[in-house]
Design a protein around this ligand. Structure first.
Ligand code: NAD
Length: 433
């Protein structure tokens, strides 16, 4: 099939590359000319495992091309994906400005029947709005489909190529058939393609992210209670995770969720429910728990070093909101580093992939270390903020030698508390004695 993907970000680029990988002719469109130039030179603007190779291979085979020219890409395509951002608007709602602007441009370019697919995460009822916008621009026939994306950054290619399920919201059979054909190569191992109405499909994505965010905030509250009683949240996690009704995933206590999806999607579902006079109380709490959880390491730092950090140096391991990505959107590292600086402390930060993202947020206000040990030079404390695998088995003797004082505040529970005590560190983690 001929496919156009509008919006070549974390989702659009992965979607485009993966559809090209199964033999489709894909044009990725973005209004960011610098991004398109760089992609045309074979440079990938983001870090995502496996993506670079996929993009290179399919570009070389001429199945994957990049352009800023939306109308031509749409005219050539049978299926057009909208994969632009839906950031949080001022009132907490999903800002549909980009989606609706793209819908209008697609409508103006239509030259025959096409399936227009909402891939972006959009509130219930958006497919209908997209349909109305396009209808105003054209007499040509078209279908609008909602096809939410469940990939996670850091494993996006793998997730897209081997999805747990594919959700297709389609209000007509022709579009449902085309979408089912398109996804068949990814579901040969038996993953279901679930066809439903557009509204339900739109809600699936929010329900999934809201459920995962709820598990995280729930477990963080359990960890906070464990700390007060001297219990071990890790033991509690393992015990409840072995219950088949609960399952082990997404139960790790830490310093809260970040990223471009959970925070914005939780806010959006609260807002669009409120717009229909429904107060989503659980999710209000999930968000508020997460906001305070992001600051837990600062509370612990205050306890250890006091609220005045003048003359103190704090090492930070990890900037990205999670490992295996360079993305710092809503990352806990942001309020943590701001908090250290507001207390007068100096920051030496290291992240294997997110240095550039860090520079775009903090500029020259912090030091970007060359490696994990460089971050520790003269440090009065180390805060572990992102659980990159390479932080898990460090040379503890070298760490102790490099730091000014052996204080570790671990926001991701990557070290063993007993081992840390035996090695002579002052060590505190989340929800463990
Ligand atoms: P992103 O910010 O990385 O990418 C969006 C891209 O769209 C940008 O490159 C931007 O320049 C481009 N764009 C904006 N307006 C445009 C226009 N008028 N014409 C052409 N290009 C335009 O965003 P993302 O992380 O890829 O997310 C996209 C959508 O997918 C969001 O709705 C998000 O919630 C959803 N989603 C994201 C993830 C994720 O892990 N990032 C996972 C599932 C779903």
């Amino acid at each position: 099939m001929k496919i156009a993907v509008i919006g070549t970000g974390y989702v659009g680029l992965v979607v485009g590359a993966c559809f090209a990988e199964t033999g489709n002719a894909v044009t990725c469109v973005d209004k960011d000319a610098a991004k398109i130039r760089s992609l045309n030179r074979g440079r990938i603007p983001i870090y995502e495992p496996g993506l670079e190779e996929l993009v290179r291979r399919n570009s070389a085979e001429k199945r994957l091309t990049f352009t800023t020219g939306l109308p031509d890409a749409v005219k050539r395509a049978d299926v057009v994906f909208i994969a632009v951002g839906t950031p949080t608007g001022e009132d907490g709602s999903a800002d549909l400005r980009h989606v609706l602007a793209v819908a209008k441009e697609i409508g103006q370019a239509l030259n025959g029947y096409k399936v227009i697919v909402d891939k972006s995460t959009v509130p219930a009822g958006t497919a209908e709005r997209v349909r109305e916008v396009i209808r105003k621009e054209t007499q040509e026939p078209f279908s609008v489909v909602s096809n939410p994306e469940f990939l996670k950054q850091g494993a996006a290619v793998e997730d897209f190529l081997k999805p747990d399920r594919v959700v297709i919201g389609a209000d007509d059979e022709r579009a449902a058939g085309i979408m089912t054909d398109l996804y068949r190569p990814f579901t040969r191992t038996g993953a279901p393609i679930m066809v439903m109405d557009c509204i339900s499909a739109e809600l699936c994505k929010y329900a999934a992210n809201a459920m995962l965010a709820t598990r995280i905030s729930f477990m963080n509250e359990i960890a906070n209670v464990c700390e007060r009683f001297g219990g071990d949240a890790d033991k509690v996690r393992q015990a409840i995770g072995s219950d088949k009704r609960i399952g082990p995933a997404f139960l790790f206590p830490g310093i809260g969720y970040g990223g471009s999806c959970f925070p914005k999607d939780v806010k959006a579902i609260v807002k669009f429910s409120a717009d229909q006079k429904y107060r989503f109380r659980i999710l209000e709490a999930v968000e508020s728990v997460n906001d305070t959880q992001k600051l837990r390491l600062l509370d612990k730092l205050d306890k250890q070093l006091g609220k005045n950090l003048k003359g103190k140096t704090i090492a930070v391991w990890g900037l990205a909101f999670k490992p295996r990505t360079d993305d710092m959107r809503e990352a806990p590292a942001i309020p943590i580093i701001e908090g250290i600086r507001a207390r007068g402390g100096k920051v030496r930060a290291f992240d294997p992939e997110a240095r550039k993202s860090g520079e775009s947020i903090f500029g020259k206000k912090i030091y970007y270390a060359k490696n994990a040990y460089d971050a520790l030079k003269g440090a009065d404390a180390l805060l572990v903020v992102t659980e990159w695998n390479e932080f898990r088995e460090p040379d503890f003797t070298k760490m102790k030698r490099t730091m000014k004082s052996p204080l570790i505040l671990d926001g991701r529970n990557i070290f063993n508390p007993r081992q840390m005590r035996d090695l002579g560190f002052t060590y505190s983690s989340i929800g463990r004695p």
